[in-house]
Ligand binder design. Structure first.
Ligand code: DOR
Ligand code: ZN
Length: 348
């Protein structure tokens, strides 16, 4: 079989990214803004983006940090708390400030301390979102020290997500950065305009053994934590199937190197520089390059009721593996994701 040397895609969007703020934002933004036309920007700053007014300011900060003539569009999200005001949330959505709202169970991950302690407290917010057609983006892990870290996504489906969907059957939900076969199967049981999932490049590439290959690998640590190999295989099958319920979300989450290589290292993988190259490698390994455009550029806009991008981007396959530099921030740096296989594709 002749191997493919060039690949043209509709310019993709990133349906889940952490851009941070201040100097970190100015250093990482270019990697997202050059590779993607739009991105769903996560609100877990410190302090979080909790109101329409917060999001207006944060969007301005992002736009100011963009290089001149960039046509990148940040799509803003609201960080839900026990106190979220449904009127402010829905007015932010209807005026185009917010594209979606993000549910972090309190304590589930980085900067989630002000997240939701009990989803039942938000039923009026979810009803208002459902009526307005505003998508709910979910970090789907239970927060219970008694529940094994590798079981927290699976348990979330049964204990939180299914009851929530039964109470709000018309709510549009994105199950973010799924990591298990049960999440894949659960998403496939839903209606495509009501339930979808993002899948990251790292969860498609890495299993839990990779986290401990020859020693602990802090740069592969993220939440939800990568699972056993059969779960990774289920994610690859879902992404490569072309099923419109699955789409690209990098969950690129930069942290300074000292915060990763630490006695208590933080969760998050910075993959914006090579996310597309990693997705291409995975689809190529699985003879599914013909399904990549749906995953990367068509399925997301369809779920969010947005136009598909018109620009195209061309990749070529080089003879030698490409390397990706660390990003310098002050005296420190952020390490780019290193998948456990070489990357040969580059943007032409
Ligand atoms: O690994 C992660 N890092 N998972 C998250 O949910 C949050 C993210 C971050 O903000 O660093
Ligand atoms: Zn995230």
């Amino acid at each position: 079989m002749k191997t493919k040397k060039a690949l043209t895609l509709t310019k993709p969007d990133d349906w889940h990214v952490h851009l941070r703020s201040g100097e970190m934002l100015s250093k990482v933004l270019g990697d997202t803004a050059t590779n993607f036309n739009r991105a769903i920007v996560m609100p877990n700053l410190s302090p979080p983006i909790k109101t329409t007014a917060d999001a207006v300011l944060y969007k301005q900060e992002i736009e100011t940090a963009l290089i001149e003539n960039s046509d990148f569009i940040p799509l803003m999200t609201c960080y839900l708390t026990d106190e979220t005001d449904p009127d402010d949330l829905i007015s932010g959505f209807k005026t185009g400030v917010f594209t979606a709202a993000k549910l972090y169970p309190a304590g589930a991950t980085t900067n989630s301390d002000s997240g939701v302690t009990n989803v039942l407290l938000l039923d009026s917010v979810f009803s208002a979102m459902s009526d307005a057609g505003m998508p709910l983006l979910i970090h789907g892990e239970v927060v219970d020290h008694e529940i094994d870290i590798f079981d927290r996504e699976h348990k979330f489906i049964e204990l939180v997500l299914e009851p929530l969907r039964n109470r709000h059957p018309n709510l549009k939900i994105v199950f973010e950065h799924i990591t298990t076969r049960s999440a894949v199967e659960y998403v496939k049981s839903g209606q495509p305009d009501k339930l979808a999932a993002t899948i990251t490049p790292h969860h498609l590439s890495v299993n839990r053994s990779d986290l401990f290959a020859g020693g602990v690998r802090p740069h592969l640590y993220c939440l939800p934590i990568p699972k056993k190999e059969h779960h990774r295989v289920a994610l690859v099958e879902a992404a490569c199937s072309g099923d419109k319920r699955f789409f690209l979300g990098t969950d690129s989450a930069p942290h300074l190197i000292e915060e990763k290589e630490s006695a208590c290292g933080c969760a998050g993988i910075y993959n914006s520089p090579n996310a597309l190259q990693t997705y291409i490698a995975i689809f190529e390994q699985n003879n599914a390059l013909d399904k990549l455009n749906s995953f990367a550029a068509l399925n997301g806009p369809e779920f969010y009721n947005l136009q598909v991008n018109t620009e195209e981007v061309c990749f070529i396959k080089g003879a030698n593996p490409t390397s990706f530099d660390d990003v310098c921030v002050g005296d420190s740096r952020i390490k780019a994701f290193a998948p456990p296989f070489p990357l040969f594709w580059t943007v032409r």
